[in-house]
Design a binder for this molecule. Structure first.
Ligand code: AMP
Length: 143
């Protein structure tokens, strides 16, 4: 079996993200692979668009800046190079698949809360990433 050469880890920047990063880093080291991070910001208009007649662009820019800063801290902490850190606007599942394809990743690493019952029916990002994934997906149990 061939080694992984490019790994994309997806983080929501919650405290669980360290667990996801530790696992992704270990796999990257063992495979001598390049490790990239993605954090996706969901546009406020997805949640409130149409319902509230308001211009969200200022708040959205502020959220983007904060995410940039948090990802910079997170990337530095885990030793992921600057040009391998990606903050993207959109739906997490879609943007994670898109970047994985663009960069030629051969493994995506996400966290999974192991939901059950109603929460499972409502879906999770890990499920969304798994469905239709262009490459292997590792769901690291968190929480
Ligand atoms: P969730 O299903 O939302 O609890 O998230 C599970 C996992 O999906 C997280 O541990 C991350 O790996 C990934 N994820 C969730 N939201 C995002 C996001 N906004 N950007 C990147 N990855 C995310």
């Amino acid at each position: 079996m061939s080694n992984y050469s490019k790994i994309l880890m997806a983080v929501d920047l919650s405290e669980d993200s360290d667990t996801v990063a530790e696992r992704a880093l270990a796999i990257a080291r063992n495979n001598d692979a390049a490790l990239h991070i993605i954090h996706v910001i969901e546009p406020l208009s997805f949640a409130y668009g149409g319902d509230i007649p308001m211009d969200f662009s200022g708040i959205q820019d502020e959220i983007h800046q904060q995410a940039d800063q948090q990802l910079e801290k997170f990337g530095t902490k885990h030793g992921v190079e600057k040009d391998r850190r990606h903050v993207v606007l959109g739906r997490p599942e879609v943007e994670i698949h898109t970047l994985a394809e663009e960069m030629g990743a051969d493994l995506i690493v996400v966290g999974s809360h192991g939901r059950y019952g109603l929460a499972l029916l409502m879906g999770s990002t890990a499920n969304g990433v798994l469905h239709g994934a262009p490459v292997d997906v590792l769901a690291v149990r968190v929480g």
